[in-house]
Design a protein around this ligand. Sequence first.
Ligand code: FAD
Ligand code: SF4
Length: 458
Amino acid sequence: MKPKERMEIPRQHPKELPVEERITNFNEIVQGYDDDTAMTEANRCLQCKKPWCIKGCPIQNDIPGFIKLLTEGDIEAAYWTIRKTSSLPAICSRVCPHEFQCEGHCVRGKKGEPVAIGMLERYISDWMLANRPDKIIEPCAIPKEKRVAIVGTGPAGMTVAYNLAREGYRCTMFDNLPVLGGMLRIGIPAYRLPREVIDTEFHALKSCGVEIVSNITIGKDKTLKDLEEEGFSAIFIGVGAQESRKLDIPGEDMEGVMHGVDFLRRFNLGEDIRLGDRVVIVGGGNVAIDCARTALRTGSKDVFIIYRRTEKEMPASETEIRQMKEEGVDIRFLVAPVAIHGSSGKLESIECIQMELGEPDESGRRSPVPIKGSNFTIQADSVIPAVSQRVETTVCNGVDLKLTQWGTLDVNPETLQTNIPYIFAGGDDVLGPKTVAKAAYQGRIAAKSIMDFLEGRL
Ligand SMILES: Cc1cc2nc3c(=O)[nH]c(=O)nc-3n(C[C@H](O)[C@H](O)[C@H](O)COP(=O)(O)OP(=O)(O)OC[C@H]3O[C@@H](n4cnc5c(N)ncnc54)[C@H](O)[C@@H]3O)c2cc1C
Ligand code: SF4
C-alpha cells in the first residue's frame, strides 16, 4: 500500500458500552478491535524511518515493528516483538495515557489523528490470551540458587519478577494486601482494567516459579534485614506511593471526608461504601476521575469534580474526561476548596473559591490565583480529596535507607541501587506517583542491576 493510500484511512474508533448500561456496572467500557478493524488501523502506520512513537513510549516498544508483523498476519511474532521490551502488554495497552506517550509522538497526529497504537497492542495481547494462553511468557531458565525478595506486587515488582524469573532466579513477592497488582487492582477501576487481565499475568509469573506471600507488611511484620538474614541475596522495593496527600484545609478530618486512593482501595477490597447522593471530588487527574466514576457506579446521584485550573490543564486523558462527562459527572473548573463545614464532626458542605489563571509556574502551566470575595459553598454528603499521593515509608523501618527531600527512596538513577548495596528500588516509590509504564521501565532496569549485583558485576 502506498503512503498516500495509508494517509486516506481514517482512525478506527473502538466500540464502547452505551452510557446507560455502563454506569450500572464495572464491565470494561472500551471494546477491543475485531480482526478487520485491527488490520485497517495497522495499515494506517507509515512505517516511519525515524519512528517518533518509540521515543514517546516509556519502555521503548518497537511500535512500527509489531505493527508491520500484524499487517503481515503474524500476530504471534508481533506479540513477541512487544514482549522484548514490555512485561505487561495487555495492561499497558489498556491504561497507558497514550496521547501523552507513544500516540502523542506519532507523526500522523500532526495533521489528523495518530495511529491507535494502544488499541493495536491490546488487539495483539488479547489475541494471544485467547488463542495461545499457555504461551504468553517465554519458557523460564533452569532455577538458580540465588533468591530475590520483591516487596510490592504492583507493576514495578511484577516487572522485576518477570525479568528475573525468566533467567532462573528464585523470586518471592511480598505484599501487605490480600490482593495482587498494587494500584492496578486497588486503584484503577475494573471498567478500565478487567481483573482477569491482571490475574493472567500473575498466573504466568507463578507458572515460572515466582512465590507470592500476601498480607505481610515489610517494615512491620518483618524487616528488610530479616529478609536478608533469611537468605535473600537481593531485595527490590516497589511499594509505590500509597498515601493520599492532604488538602490542608480546615475540616478535612470530618466524618464524610475520604481521600481518593483510600476510597478506591477500600472499595476495590470489597467494602460496601455508601457515599450518599451528593459527592464532591477535589482534583483533576486520573485518580479524581476514577473516584467520580466509581462514586456514580456505587449509587451516588450528583457527582461534582472541582478543579483549580481549566480543562486544558487537566492531567487526565481526553477519553476519560469525555466518558466521565457522558456519564453525567459535573466538572467545575477554576474552583479551589477553602474549608469543609459541618456539625457534630459530620460534613455538610465544602466552601470553595473561584480562581483565575495567572503566570506560568515551573511546570509551565499557568498558576491558579484566587479571586477575592468569590467564596461559595456546595452541599455534600461526601468529599473526596484526590490531589496526589506520597510514599509511605513503613518498609524502611529497621534499615538505614536514604530518602530524598521529597520523601521518595534515594537511588542511583542508573542502577536503581539504594545506599544499602543489596537493596534496589523503583516505580512510584522512586519517581513519585507516575504511570504503569514508567514503573515497569524502572522494574526492567532494576532487574538488570540485580542480576549484575548477584553475578558480581555491580
Ligand atoms: C486511581 C489510580 C488510577 C491510575 N490510573 C492510571 C492509568 O490509567 N494509567 C497509568 O499508566 N497509571 C495510572 N495510575 C498510576 C499507576 O497505577 C502507578 O504509577 C503504578 O501502579 C505504580 O506502580 P508501583 O509498582 O510502583 O506501585 P503500586 O502499584 O502502588 O504497588 C505497590 C504495592 O506495594 C504494596 N506495599 C506498600 N507498602 C508495603 C509494605 N511495607 N510491605 C508490603 N507491601 C507493601 C502496596 O499495597 C501495593 O500492592 C493510577 C493510579 C491510581 C491511584
Ligand atoms: S510515528 Fe506513527 S506512523 Fe510513524 S511508525 Fe510510529 S505509529 Fe507508525
